[in-house]
Design a protein. Structure first.
Length: 143
């Protein structure tokens, strides 16, 4: 008797292997998403820093603000008057980026300095996960 087909054991082994591989792929994809959001955060902070330095060059001070949530509807652009809702004429930054996750970029200023804080989700560029980072005119530091 010559039966062609797979036994139940063979099918269960194949299903178990496929399940294991798909679980590993989902975990790896989740970590890639965390790294992508953290890379975007660091890129956003660099862009904001460049715009603030241009503003400082023209105005000899940084925009006023205390605990300003950047990228929100209240502070969507940076123009000669500082952070504004809309109507940016000659903007230094036409659209201030918002945090790609559920956190926010917070801007605080003194006339000759500023601090922008953000939260990383993973380890990136020497910064530990789940810790805050701080951007000042001198660069990024860990909180």
């Amino acid at each position: 008797m010559n039966k062609k087909g797979f036994t139940l054991i063979e099918l269960l082994v194949v299903i178990a292997i496929i399940g294991l591989l798909s679980t590993l792929a989902v975990v790896a994809l989740g970590q890639a998403r965390v790294k992508a959001r953290d890379s975007k955060r660091l890129s956003d902070l660099k862009q904001i820093q460049t715009a603030l330095e241009l503003y400082y060059t023209d105005n000899s001070a940084y925009p006023a603000g205390s605990a300003v949530t950047l990228g929100s509807t209240n502070y969507a652009c940076l123009n000669a008057d500082g952070f504004a809702v809309s109507g940016c004429t000659s903007p230094y930054m036409g659209l201030v980026p918002a945090d790609p996750g559920s956190n926010a970029y917070t801007y605080t200023s003194a006339s000759s300095s500023y601090t922008i804080t953000a939260q990383l989700e993973g380890e990136m560029s020497g910064f530990n996960e789940d810790t805050g980072i701080s951007l000042t005119p001198n660069g990024l530091t860990q909180l």
